[in-house]
Every structure is written in structure tokens, then in C-alpha cells.
Design a protein around this ligand. Sequence first.
Ligand code: ADP
Length: 633
Amino acid sequence: MPKKQFKSESKRLLDLMINSIYTHKEIFLREIISNSSDALDKLCYLSLTDSGVGLSRSDFAVEIKVDKENRLLSISDNGIGMSQKDLEANLGTIAKSGSRSFKEDLKDAQDAQDNIDIIGQFGVGFYSAFMVADEVTVISREYGSDAAHKWHSTGADGYTVTEAERSAAGTDVIIKLKENTDDEDYDRFLNDYTIVSLIKKYSDYIRYPIRMEREKSRPKEGGDPEKHEMETYTEIETLNSMVPIWQRGKSEVTQEDYNQFYREKFFDFEAPLDTIYMDAEGVVSYKALLFIPAKASYDYYTKEYKKGLQLYSSGVMIMENCSELLPEHFRFVKGVADSPDFSLNISREMLQHDRQLKVIAKNLEKKIKNELLKMLTNNRETYGKFYKAFGLQLKYGVVSGFGANAELLQDLLMFSSSYSDKPTTLAEYVTRMKPDQEHIYYATGDSAARIAALPQTEIIREKGYEILYFIDEVDEFVANSMRKYQDKTFQSANNEDSTLRSDEEKKVVEKAQEDNRNLLEFMKETLGDRVSKVIISGKLKSHPVCLTADGALSFEMEKYLNAVQPDMSQKAERVLELNSGHEIFQSLSDAFLNDKDKAKKYTEVLYNQSLLMAGLSIDDPVAYSDMVLSLLK
Ligand code: ADP
């Protein structure tokens, strides 16, 4: 019998399949089963109005059989089936999608059930069988016809269609598996266990039972219990659970069900902090079930962690980790998204340009943000847990987009503050601002206690202004990226800030600066390159000195940058600030006039004090200690 040739574009696709563009050959099973599921949808729909079908909803099924000896794997369904013409048109061409024209027919029929839902545009599905097969045989009988036909192909060289037998409407797809090669194990597709796990993985939620006869063993009846005699028997098992949890209405599912699903699917011991359910209809219809984990997984902050949601198209899993659905700043979210509008695309590249996917991703981002805000407002304790696990991620989110995501994320941020030992949001800070307060003040350090003790924060607190304590290394970068929150600029406590001083106070400082010029120069000379300036300060109250950073780089940033880029050796400009109203300053001035050597020692001691208070280490602790002791004598 002469072989018929595939249409040219089909042939091209087939070549691609044979040479496997799918990285995972195993998905062929999903593709074939999903075709069966479509065929079942069609006949099932017909059965609603045509009693001649003689089957009810529960009769429709997919059946899997394995013939190890002959290396055959067959997938059968009692769906709508195909005529000879269909076999030629559908399996000989890819351009014509049977499901699509069926959908058109449905529209014309006017009586379309709302919930019928047949996925078209599967495109390449069937051909994926050739990734694992030497030979594919399809035996099919169309509903309403007595004749059955057999389509057979060994790949790119064409196919034949001949007459065949089949007792009822439906289709058998019989795959003859390739022999094992050095780098590919095809035998595994003959193994019960592999098949069961593939179906669990990819087709669990196909809405018809997928059945397979399995061999099992049990204690032999009438056997000697002492000898543990066993006998084997076969049992038909349904391999899939059929209804995805996200397809069930929210009211039908308990939180415990959701938690269970989350734990099993995403391998977490703990229940999620929050479950987000979405059922959207509109430009794109989809359902999504999202989870906020209670903890960051051990690999969360490493490169190994893969963000993304599982992507389904009407219960058929098409991607394990669709990263396009989640923005980087919400990469901790786990879950699934399912839309009948997704096509089972063959590559990730295609998904990246998928407009529907983009629409969904935007909606999910908005929803996640709102849910987190809700948690923050209604359940502060839970939010605290969340923030402990993923707060840093949000802060990085603000910084990494050069502030592009600042508006989206700013209300989710929390910081330690001088107000209380609980973290505060920026919005809360602003509501507590004093009427004359223009800025949001912050100070950096390794702990709240340490920052609270910084001399330069005293005068700010004295004014009744709250100070954010920037403890995370990234905090200051966050403030720099945002620049403002609700029109209030961020102001470092290190910054000589005009609002803190009246003109009068300013004049006093300026005058002291002028009066003590010689002393200040002397001190700068003594300290050399260790400081860039020695000045009279306007921001000190009860402390005699403090060390501040001049310019863009703060001490915390210096530490951070030196940790991430050790060879760059970045250094913040150090300014030694003196409190001219302090009695120590008087002693210093006296020493400067009467005993230069003593004045030098005072300078060294004050400088080292300021280093310690700024949370920096002193260069030579022994020399420092000796100096203090010599002054005590
Ligand atoms: P798609 O499913 O995207 O249309 P496929 O190559 O997977 O592409 O299948 C081509 C067509 O073959 C299907 O649209 C359908 O009409 C037909 N077909 C495939 N498998 C079956 C089946 N088990 N029963 C009935 N028709 C089928």
C-alpha cells in the first residue's frame, strides 16, 4: 500500500518531535491523554442531548494498557472517535485543529452548555508520541459509524490508513516504544510505577478517570500464615484524582484541604500563612490558588531556588514552574494557575510573549500585594512572621528596580524604630510625625540598642521626632531608592539638618567653629587621613563627640560594600564632630593651650570613642588603652 505523505508543515514539526524539542520526553503521555480527554468531552456533551450515545457521565474513561513483551503502551478512550477522513485530516496535518472546528459547530448549535469547555489549539500534541515511539498506531471509530480505521506511521516517511475493527466508538493510541539508547531509557514507560507517577504529575486533574490494570499481591487465601504465602491478582485502579482543588468553589473546600494540598504539592511541613484563591472572568479567564509559605525554604536566598507557579490548561499541567507569572519581589509565592485560554505551547520562549500570561501575571501581582496588605492590617502577628521570612525580599524588590517597584511595595515595608520595640510601617510613622517635622529620620547600625545609643540621635529624639532604625544592610539603599514616602524625604541622623536648629542655634555653632579654628586644625593634623574633617557639631546633646559619615556613603553602606566587593575597599568619609558645650571640650581647649602632648592624647581618645559609638572597630586597641591609662594617672 502506498504511503501518504504528511503535509509539509506537519512533517517539519514531526522532524522536530523526533529530534525532541521537548526537553522532557515524558510529556507525550500528557498530550495523548489530553486528546482523549477532549474526545470524551465531545461525546459526553453529545450524550446530554442524544440518547443514542447510551453512555452517562460516569461511563467515560481513559484506559491505559502495557504490553511489556512487545514494548507497547496503549491509551484508549471511549470518546467521539475519528472517521477515516478525520484520521487523515487530524493526524496528517497540524494546521487543522479538530477541537477548534468543533467549537465553531457548538456556537452554531446555540444550545451550548456554559460549562462545556473544549480546548483547541493544542497544536502539536499528538506528534509528541514520536519522541518515544518507533511506531504509532491509532485505531478509531467515530461515534455514529460502524466502521473503524487504523492509522499507522513509523515517523517522517509517511502514514497509512486502513480498515479495522473496533467494538464501539472511541480511539486507541498504540505506541511502540523505542529501544533504550545510551542516554535514554525508554523502558521506563512500560513500568507501572512510572506511568502512575507521570499521571499524578501531569494529568491528575483530568476530569475523567484514567484507569490501568495493575498487578498486586496479597496473602494467599487458605495459605499457611506462618509461611507468609502470597498470591498475585490484578485490579483496575483509577490513577487520577480528577477534580483539581482550585476548580472547586471556595465554599466547598476547607482550609485544612488547602493546607494539605499545599504541603503535599510544595513539600512543606508547615501550613501556609495565607491562601489566596482567585476565580477571574474577563479578558482572560483563569483560576489561581496561591500560598504564602510560613518560612523561607533552606535554598530560598540561593540561586538554586526557582520561583514560579504551576501552570495548567483546564486541568492539564503544562509547566511545572512558570516564572513569568510571578514578579521577582513576590518570588516566595507558591501555587497554581489554570486557564482554558492557555495553549499548550511547546516552548518557554513562546510563553514569554504570551499576552494572556502577562495579563494574569499583573493581576496576580496586584492580588498578592492586596492580600499582604490585608494581612498587615488585620493580622499583624501573622504579618510579622511573614515579614521575618520574606521582608528582605520586599526590600530588595524596592532597591533592585531602581525604585520602579517602590510604590507597589512601600506600604508592605517595616522597620524598627525609636517609637516602640515593634516594627513600624512607613504609613504609621507618618501618622505619628510632629506638626513641625518635615522628614522621616533614620539612623543605621547593627542593632536597635546600638543605634539608640548613637550620640547624634539624641537631639532628634529630644525634639519628639521618631527615628527609624536601619538594621538590615539593605535599609539605607531602600531609603535611597525611594527618596520620599508620602512627600516626606528620608533624612539620615548623620545629616546636618537645618530643621533641627534654629537660626540662633546655627549662629552659635558657626561662632564656636570660628573661635576654635586652631584647635580643630590641630586635631585634624593629629588624626591625619583617619578623618576628613573635625568640626563643631550642632547635633550633640549630652555626648562630647560623635563620628559621622560625609557624602553618599554611610558606615553601614561601607560595611556592606566591603563585604560584597572586598577588593574595592570603599571608605566612607569620616567626620569627627565635637560638642562645644560639653565640659570635656573645655578640658580639651585647656590642654590645647597649655599642654600640646596632652591635647594630642585627648584627641586620640575622643576619636576612638567616636569610632566605638559608631559601631566601628578601633585601629589599635592596645595603644588606645595605654593612652587612657596614662591620662588616668
Ligand atoms: P490538537 O489536539 O491540538 O488539535 P493533536 O495533534 O494532539 O492536536 O490532535 C489533532 C487532532 O486529532 C485533534 O484535534 C483531534 O481532533 C484528533 N484527535 C487526537 N486524538 C484523538 C482522540 N483520542 N480521539 C478523537 N480525536 C482525536
